[in-house]
Design a binder for this molecule. Sequence first.
Ligand SMILES: *Cc1c(COP(=O)(O)O)cnc(C)c1O
Length: 401
Amino acid sequence: MNSEFDTLIQSLKDQGLYKKYHVVESAQGAYLTLGNKKYLNLCSNNYLGLASDDRLRQAAIEAIRQLGVGTTSVRALIGTNTLHVELEKKLAAFKHAQDALVLTGGYLANMAVVQTLLDKEDIVFSDELNHASIVDAIKLSGVINKYIYKHCDCSDLQRQIEEARPIWSSTKGNGEPRRILIVSDGVFSMDGDIAPVPELVTIADEIGALLMIDDAHGEGVLGDHGRGVVDHFGLHGRVAIEVGTLSKAFGVMGGFVTGDAGLIDYLRQKARQFLFTNALSIPDTAALIAAVDILSASDTEVKRLWENANYLKKELQDAGFDTGLSETPIIPVMLGDEATAKLFAEELFKRRVMATPIVFPMVAKGTARLRLQPSAIHTKEDVRMGIEMIKEVREVLSSRT
Ligand SMILES: *Cc1c(COP(=O)(O)O)cnc(C)c1O
């Protein structure tokens, strides 16, 4: 049967936009097994290697033995287990925040914050390269007054704030003041650059805005013990809302929000993405408690991640590669042309190295790149092998043209 969806799929294929998914047969580690072959993994968000860490596995297994698997309910009914309460307490302490709310994904956490805090008469300022979940969250909130400022450009943000002054300095139809939200990723996933959080704090304070930072790629990576971008800049208590994911460096799944007790309690009462979906499962929650315990006690993994990232970046730069704006373990290798980036990734794959080609529409046309993400669990030898293969592919491709 030829449905309308077959036609749509064909059109995606014609445009080169049809994605094929890899199927991984091994645990998430420094190497992955696909089709019975072992590949060096330079493309995962498993920054600290916790996704297959024995301590997390053990915590999950023990929790399953005692408590089973499912939570069978939303948090507001009978889904809240003591494990959820413990995880939220430990996350708040780790982040030096008053309280934390755990949801089942970072995507949902962004949805929860923006939809709960903004209605259509409020106002939002958002970085043009913010993650899709923030873009979707803004749409969902129905806010009409949205301003998209140039990437990490605080003078453009200030210009737009001035332009919008008549709106945000006036009241809503019901006479209440408008809530102003400034929202940015902490670390941007395509370039590995860091948001200008100190400047954003100053601007937010000046106009009485709430500042929200989605630190999905900064959690477990930046700051002391991986406490994130706010810690990196020494700005505890100055950023009203921090959103994080438990699916990347923390190695499991879920999302969380930290902030003042009042804000978190309000979200707990009102956020639809918290109220109308099931609580995080028992093994996930137990493994996450172990992850937070590990990070709170030690910075060994974080340090190893940075050693690998710094080594990889420096060697690539010394070999003449352009690593773009990277300031973090997200390392783009700028290649420009879409076809080259795809070919580069394919050639690496043939050499048993996995790295993500990033092309339009994920980034602007002509800025295609390979994205590398080393992990704490790579040995120096693993990283060196990756570098050799990247150099080899460059040779092979340049000899073809
Ligand atoms: C990955 C990511 C998310 C989504 O987190 P999940 O836990 O996978 O839903 C949200 N925001 C940013 C910036 C991300 O990089």
